[in-house]
Design a protein around this ligand. Sequence first.
Ligand code: NAD
Ligand code: UDP
Ligand code: UDP
Length: 336
Amino acid sequence: QTSTKPPPTPSPLRSAKFFQANMRILVTGGAGFIGSHLVDKLMENEKNEVIVADNYFTGSKVNLKKWIGHPRFELIRHDVTEPLLIEVDQIYHLACPASPIFYKYNPVKTIKTNVIGTLNMLGLAKRVGARILLTSTSEVYGDPLIHPQDESYWGNVNPIGVRSCYDEGKRVAETLMFDYHRQHGIEIRIARIFNTYGPRMNIDDGRVVSNFIAQAIRGEPLTVQAPGTQTRSFCYVSDMVDGLIRLMEGDNTGPINIGNPGEFTMLELAETVKELINPGVEIIMVENTPDDPRQRKPDITKAKELLGWEPKIKLKDGLPLMEDDFRTRLEVPRKN
Ligand code: NAD
Ligand code: UDP
Ligand code: UDP
């Protein structure tokens, strides 16, 4: 039997666009260093709609300028310590200052951001049934007594020190993630990020790679904090973003270390930056801050096995990419 009725007029809710299998993704802290690179990558997929919520404490709209006005992109000035009522499918929860000088600037606020901020994002994930990924940190291992650090290590953290707002804050955030998972069945992912570097780092944010590169470009002495034998392992930001997306899309809750296992002393890093950027510059020893971890290197066996991920960019190749960005922003072109 054929119908003589005219076809129904499509209602706005039934338009093709509405029924596309778009993924709506919230990135908290998306105006920051890692967050803005993550947004760039997520926006490459035309099925993704990206919403950034950021209070601009350490991030900036400039990092997202190429997306402002894009139909699949939205930017909200929002502090995650306040509730947020929106509809999303995935949440990348990055909001939190990462550089010691910024997270120590208002330590109580740093704790609120980690604890209340993560609680709110978990409440949101619970209400809308979204999957949530937390960017935790290698700082949860504190001044580690095992080396390299794997995910089963519980850490050696000072609960009352000047770094505690950040590292204990992240430890509580991890606890909240697992309690929401066990108690409410929320789909969670936890990345333990090791030191990450690359373009768009704040020039004067006090982190070692950004400090040394800016100092070398400005012709100022490179400030190695004593004793200079302490180690870190540096991951280029595009590798980091790739690892975070694989973790989100995979089946493992984590925690999973994401970092580059190449380990350097701060003196070696200074020598490398000097050699690459400005051989004429001096290296000086300055006072360190309290509770500085003496060594840090990720064991990335889990990331390799469970995510098929490992970093591709070596420090020697990543530093010049960051130098280009810093030279542009500092307006100091290369001499040759
Ligand atoms: P960042 O400081 O550049 O970015 C953090 C962003 O969060 C900024 O845009 C800031 O404005 C925003 N923010 C801070 N507090 C907020 C709040 N209360 N509400 C809303 N937005 C807020 O730092 P990053 O290096 O991009 O780090 C991103 C995440 O990765 C952080 O969670 C950090 O703890 C984690 N992490 C980073 C590193 C690293 O080496 N960069 C290492 C370990 C962990
Ligand atoms: N929350 C939010 N957005 C939501 C749902 C909840 O920001 O869409 C916040 C809410 O304000 C609360 C927190 O998340 O402070 C935890 O929410 P949950 O429902 O788990 O706990 P309850 O509200 O029962 O304390
Ligand atoms: N550091 C340094 N010179 C600087 C800044 C930092 O030698 O100008 C050292 C610092 O003492 C620490 C390491 O570099 O041992 C990494 O410091 P950063 O603040 O970058 O990261 P985090 O301590 O959070 O790993």
